[in-house]
Design a binder for this molecule. Sequence first.
Ligand code: F6P
Length: 503
Amino acid sequence: MSGEGGSGRDRLIVVSNRLPFAFRQDADGRWRAEAGGGGLVTALLPVLRNRGGMWIGWTGATEEADALREALASAGAGAGYRLEGVALSAEEMDKFYLGFSNEIIWPLFHDLQSLCNFDPAYWRTYCDVNAKYAEAVMANAGQGDFVWVHDYHLMNVATELRRRGLKSRLGFFLHIPFPSPDLFMKLPWRLTLLQALLEFDLIGFQTALDRRNFVQCARMLVKEVQIEGRGQVLVARLRSRDVRIGAFPISIDFAAFQRGAASPEVTDKAAELHRLLPERKIILGIDRLDYTKGIPLRLKAFENLLERYPDLRERVSFIQVVVPSREDIPEYHRLRVEIEQLVGHINGRFARPGGWVPIWYEYRSLSRQELLAYYRAADIGLITPLKDGMNLVAKEYCTCSIEEDCVLILSEFAGAASQLYRGALLVNPYDIEGVADTIHRATAMHPEERHARMRRMRNSIREQDVFWWVDSFLRAAITKDLRAFPQPQGQPLEDVSEYQLPF
Ligand code: F6P
C-alpha cells in the first residue's frame, strides 16, 4: 500500500481539477463549503455517494489552513465520501488553469487554434501541478483502488503516478473533444502528452469521432502502437502493455431531472413564464459564457429569422441565459461584450414600444428550480455550439420536456448529436440562414412529429443515463472479455477509420 487506502475494499478515487465543493472564507475567517455545479459534478456525485470513496481536487483556495482541512472533512462527511484538497498558488492557477488548460488545450481541442497562446511557461507549470495532484493520490491510494482521473487539466497525472511507483489501475476520461491530427500536431508538447495519456490503463472519450482522432494521432506519433478490436472498447498494444480506449457518451441523472421537472413548484414557474410571454413560442438557449458555445452566431441566426420570416415577429421570444464563467480570461470578457452588444442591437431593431421584446437575456447562474422551469416552458431548445464534448444542456432539455411536445435544435458539432440525431433537428452553427430556416421549421412542426422525435431522444437518454455511463466506464476498466460490451446507441463504433456526420 502506498497510502492509508488499505481498508480491505477497493475504492474509487476520483481526481479532477475542482472538488465538487468550492471553499470560501467568511469575514470571520471561517471556511464555508458551497456545493458546485457543472457536468462532471452532476455526473459523479450520485455514484460516489452510493459506492463510497474519495475525491481529490482543488479546494478553490490558495492555502492549506487547518480550518480549511476541517471544512473539507465536514463537507466530505455530509456528502458521504472523503474529500482531499489540493492547494494551488495564484501563480499556479494563472499558468496551469487559466494558461495551459484554458488558453492552449481548451481552444485547440475545440478546433479554435487561432485563440491558443502557446507560452512555454504554461507547460512547465502544468507538469508541476499535475505532479502535485499525483502526490495527493500517492498519499491516499491503495494498491487495489481504481483511480479515475478527469479531463484536460490532468492529462499528465498517470506519468507522474507511474514515476512514483503506483501500481493501481488508472482510468482517464476526457470531457471535451479530442481534435483531429492536423490540429493536435500543432501542439508543441504533442508527443509527451500523447505518451502521457497512454500511461493510463483505460482512456475514455465522449464519441467515436474523438476516439478515432486519438487513434489516428497515436498511430502517427507512436511507432510501436498497434490498435486492435471492435465495438465500444479497443485495445492499443504497446511494447510492454495494453491500453484500453473507449467511447462513453456522458449523460445525466434522467430520473432526477424528470422528477424535478414534474414537481408542482416547477410546473407553476413554467406556467408563470407562459403567462409573462402570452401567445408566444419560447425559444431557449442556456450556456456557460464560452466562445465554443456559438452564442453570437446563434443571435445572428435569430436576427436573420426575424428579418426573413416577419410573420414570426411578436410570435416568438428567445430566452438566452449565459452563466458567468472564466471571467479572468480576456477572450471571455470580450465575448460577453460582443453578446450584450448583439442583444442590444437586435432588441433595438425589432422591439415594439410597450410590448414585444424579442430577446430576453440573462447573465447569471440559475437556481435548479429556475433552470428546470425554463426547460419545461421552452417550446424550442436552441443549442448550437461550434464544438462541444457532449453538451448536457441538450440532454437536460429533452428530459425536462415531460409532455414530449417540444423541439430540440442541435449543432451537429456537439457530441450529443451522435446520440440524439434521430430526434433533433441538426444544424451547422456557422450557417446563419440554415439555423434561421430550422427555427422556422421547428415553429411549424406538426405535433405528431414533435412527439415522435422527442420520445426517441428521451428513450435514448433514459436508457443511457449517467449511471450507465459510470458503469460502462468502470466495467471497461475491469472486465476480462471486451466482447461483452454492447454498442452504445448512435454512431456505429466498429470501424475506427470511418466516421460519418450523424445525418
Ligand atoms: O466541459 C469541461 C468542463 O471542465 C466541465 O467539467 C466544467 O463544468 C466546465 O468545463 C467549466 O469548467 P471550469 O469552470 O472549471 O473551467
